[in-house]
Each structure stands twice: as structure tokens, then as C-alpha cells.
Design a binder for this molecule. Sequence first.
Ligand SMILES: [Zn+2]
Length: 291
Amino acid sequence: MGAMAATLALALALSASAQEPPAPSSERGSASAHRPPQRPADAQATREQKGSAAAGGNSPRPDPGQAAPSVPVPSAAPADAGGTAAGEPPPPPGPPLPETLRESDFDNAACRLALFSWGVEYREIPPLADDDQRDCGIARPLEVTQILPGIALEGAAPMRCDTARSLARWMREIVVPAASHLPGAPRVIALTPGSTYQCRAVVGNGDGNRISEHALGNAIDIAAFTFDNGTRIEIAPVQDRGDLSVAFQNAVQGAACLFFTTVLGPGSNAAHDDHLHLDIKQRRGGFRLCQ
Ligand SMILES: [Zn+2]
């Protein structure tokens, strides 16, 4: 009889986890609302199964500096500890934007593996948050110092890993080859960023109430490229020049939309006359804004 009860409990536990949709952790709450109530022991078992599965999928975790993961999984934002006390129920409007954009361990490891394979130099830094604006911040920021071997990103910009990956791909596949067509085939040695991470609203489109992608680590502005022959190309309206640097700027700006979902620059509006704005904002239907 005891064995039968144990078998039944096991069957219940298995069927409960089998019915569970492969929802991301942020949707776990709503998914469990549709399931029949579980006994505490079953719920615990299911949760532990998930935990070990997630840890197993993440085994290669390239984590040079830290042995133990430093980012807590629960949605209580660690950097927010000064504002809303830990243990307090979440605020009414839902999770802050940086939490909704938090990468899973698997996605984060895959992204950092790509950076590693391309020779991007970066370090993990603690979560970024803003005391006055809960929707500003980066849950798992990287501070990038070299976007490709021998190409410095001046100022060590913090950003989300996905942003760094798009930037590195654009550099590898477009900017570096394009530079080889400039007089003397110079090598790019540095990128000069404009804005990187910054807690602020959108500028330039009259939409000042919307939070900027810069406030989420999704965006980076590029103001200039420096080459190993001492020359430099600064982003500017192309009608002001009449040489190959115009072709270079047009090429890298146009092709950036293959890697970023928003590309703004000279010609978009006056606010973008002296830099390229590149971001990875996710829009409905995969729409890209490239101007
Ligand atoms: Zn920008």
C-alpha cells in the first residue's frame, strides 16, 4: 500500500512537470495559475528539477573572474536594495524593464561565448540601476574595453551582452572590411562612443516621455573611428565632405541595420548629426527603424 502511494505521488509529480509549458522564468507565475494546485512536496520537486536542468544546460558558463554566479535569480532587484526593501511585494506596475530584459543563464553564456570567440575584451560588472527611475538599468551588464582584438572601445562602455554581440559582428563583418577600402587600407584601432548607458528619455523624435534604449544598455552611439595611420573619421553630414570617407560612412551606416534594429545618424534628425545611434530594441513584428 505504501509503495502504491509512492508510485501515485511520483506519477502526479511527473505529470505535473510534463504538462508544464516551456515558459521562461518570468512567466512561471502565470503558467502555474493554470495548473491544478500541487501539494507542497510536489511543487518543491518540480522546482528543483527545473533548477538542476537550468544549471546543467549552463555548464560551460565562461566566467573567468567569478566561480559562483553573482546574479540572484529572483526578481527582487539587488541593486534596488536601498529603495524598496527586500521581501516587499513587487510594485503595482510590474517588474522594472531591466528585469524583463534579464537574459537567462543559457542565453547569457551563449552570448559571452560568441564574444570570447571573436576576441572581445570585457568584464562583468554589478547590475546597474537608478535610484530615481526604476526602468533604468542593466541586469547583467558587461563593460567592454576592446570590441575586437586591437580595436579599443574608448571609455569602457557598459552594455547588455546582446548589444556587444551586435556591435562586434558589425565591426567584424562590415566596418573592418570597409576600412580596407580607404586610402592606404588603414586598420581600425579605436571606436569613440557618444552616449552609452545613460538613464534618460528618447531624444530627437519629440517622444520625450519614452525611455531611451540607452537607459537599458540596448544602445550605443558611435561618434568616430580612429585608424592606425593616424587618421580619423568623425560621423558628420556627408554633404559636408567629398571623399572616400563619405562612402565609408554610408556603407557602415547602411549595413548597421543588418545587426541592429534601430540605426539613426546624419540625415535622421538634427540630434543625430554627429554620431550613429545603434540599438537592439525589440519591436512588434521584427520592425527595424533605419534612417
Ligand atoms: Zn543614441
